[in-house]
Design a protein around this ligand. Structure first.
Ligand code: ARG
Length: 479
């Protein structure tokens, strides 16, 4: 095929035959990697500075190139522009194999043949590795903000719940009473771990692949520090083979998102359950619920259900990346292109969830009366009762047994522990006294858990303050 009618490719020189048109369309990544335009512009601008420092571009050429890249970066690419023949970049959109090719085509349109010098001393393999790192880094920063907002909403809700109580559950059977605030703070603890996991992942991935070349390192003596600093990486990556094929950063990111999804999903599951008539612990906020087209009485918890569903999707992204990477020989393989969409999807899915969660959390109205009723019936104070006896020197095993007998007796006569008379109690052990009744009130059943991390009222008040200040500090620190 002659040069004139050969399709414009970044690599067509050694080819005599054109690509099969079906294959050509199918192998393109531009239909999804257009999302990397801001990252590709930033990385290309940094590379332009590197090659200018190496003498490949004059300072005037560098200026023109940087200005041209900025111009290309102003394009507002969106999904719908792909089908808009009047979009200024329509010809490049139709032709571009990937985001790297697109920027080269558009830069050529903007500044002419000077654009063709930009690829000096670099390879798309290091470019995509860099773009993806930048994308993941930007995503982490946005997700950290979202997590903090949700944590604040939970802390706020916990504060308004004051001394409200609810049952806690093990085996989904009522266990002991806890403060509603204590329950809500358990999710804040999960979020704090999620924040630290993302921050760690961010620190581990913050190295710049530019200068790694196709596999063996750039063929020009490039000052890799220039690009690394310009892109706010901590340092250049230390090994070109690893740098061009490493996707640990994407894997860790999607795995961390899968874990966050699990946490959010547990929250969603609890609220779904608590909003049922059987529990009746909350009225679903109408602004976040939907009705049924068939059953007029229905109010359905779509938000929490969708969140459960989307968390499954996040696990899917992490799994897709694991399977993709397993068994890939070093270094770059085109398989890696398939790793982009799970990252984009996970990032957007998580950001979407975090966009609705704070407002949803703010709008939650608990039925504290129902929660309190459930927390004060069904012998949830049995543990406090056994503690009363053990505080009087009864070995815990025996105390447990005596309270067990009292519970059995109460069950048979349909009474709670506080409705049993002292004489009745004394039949189970000699250490019961009048102050027993004070030791099994709801307040006492909370306050006997007076340890760090326990549900005693003073401990939870302190925990709330601690959580609030930890999250506030996190906001002030750069991620
Ligand atoms: N679109 C490609 C990707 O996402 C860019 C790297 C292409 N490199 C190559 N040697 N074909 O992986």
């Amino acid at each position: 095929m002659s040069e004139q009618n050969q399709p414009t490719k970044m690599w067509s020189g050694r080819f005599r035959e054109p690509l099969d048109s079906g294959f050509e369309q199918w192998q393109r990544s531009f239909p999804f990697d257009w999302r990397l335009l801001p990252q590709e512009i930033a990385a290309s601008t940094a590379h332009a500075r590197v090659i200018a420092a190496a003498g490949v571009l004059t300072s005037e050429e560098l200026d023109r190139m940087v200005a041209g890249l900025a111009l290309v970066g102003e394009l507002k690419l969106t999904e719908s522009e792909f089908h808009n023949p009047n979009f200024p970049a329509a010809a490049s959109i139709a032709q571009a194999e990937d985001i790297h090719h697109f920027v080269e085509l558009e830069l050529t349109r903007a500044i002419g043949d000077l654009a063709l010098k930009l690829h000096t001393g670099r390879s798309r393999n290091e470019q995509i590795a860099t773009d993806m790192r930048l994308y993941v880094r930007d995503s982490i920063d946005a997700i950290l903000e979202g997590l903090r907002s949700w944590a604040f909403a939970l802390v706020e809700l916990a504060e308004t719940s004051s001394d409200a109580v609810m049952p806690s559950y093990t085996h989904l059977q009522r266990a002991e009473p806890v403060l509603v605030a204590h329950w809500l703070l358990s999710y804040v603890s999960m979020i704090e771990r999620d924040i630290s996991r993302l921050r760690n992942a961010r620190a581990r991935m913050n190295y710049c692949p530019l200068g790694s070349g196709a596999i063996a390192g750039a063929t020009l003596a490039l000052d890799r520090l220039i690009a690394s600093e310009a892109l706010a990486f901590d340092a250049p990556t230390p090994n070109s083979m690893d740098a061009t094929s490493d996707r640990d950063f994407a894997l860790e990111f999607t795995q961390a998102l899968a874990v966050i999804g699990l946490h959010i999903s547990r929250f969603a599951e609890e609220l779904t359950l608590f909003s049922t008539a059987e529990f009746g612990f909350l009225d679903l906020p109408e602004a976040f619920s939907t009705g049924s087209s068939a059953m007029p009485q229905k109010k359905n918890p779509d938000l929490t259900e969708l969140i459960r569903g989307k968390s499954g999707r996040l696990i899917g992204s992490a799994t897709a990346l694991s399977v993709l990477i397993k068994g890939l020989p070093l270094a770059y393989n085109k398989d890696l292109q398939e790793g982009q969409e799970p990252v984009f999807d996970a990032s957007r899915t998580m950001q979407g969830m975090l966009a609705v969660l704070p407002a949803f959390t703010n709008s939650l109205k608990f039925r504290y009366d129902r929660m309190a009723a459930a927390a004060t019936s069904g012998y949830l104070n049995a543990m406090a009762a056994a503690t009363y006896l053990s505080n009087r020197g009864v070995p815990f095993r025996k105390a447990h047994e005596q309270i067990g007998h009292a519970v059995r007796f109460g069950l048979e006569s349909g009474r709670e522990l506080n409705a049993l008379t002292l004489d009745e109690l004394k039949a189970f052990g000699e250490h019961f006294a009048e102050d027993f009744y004070d030791a099994i009130t709801i307040e006492a059943a909370l306050d006997c858990h007076d340890v760090i991390g326990g549900t005693a009222r003073a401990r939870v008040r302190a925990a709330l303050e601690d959580a609030r200040s930890r999250i506030a500090v996190d906001v002030e620190q750069p991620a």
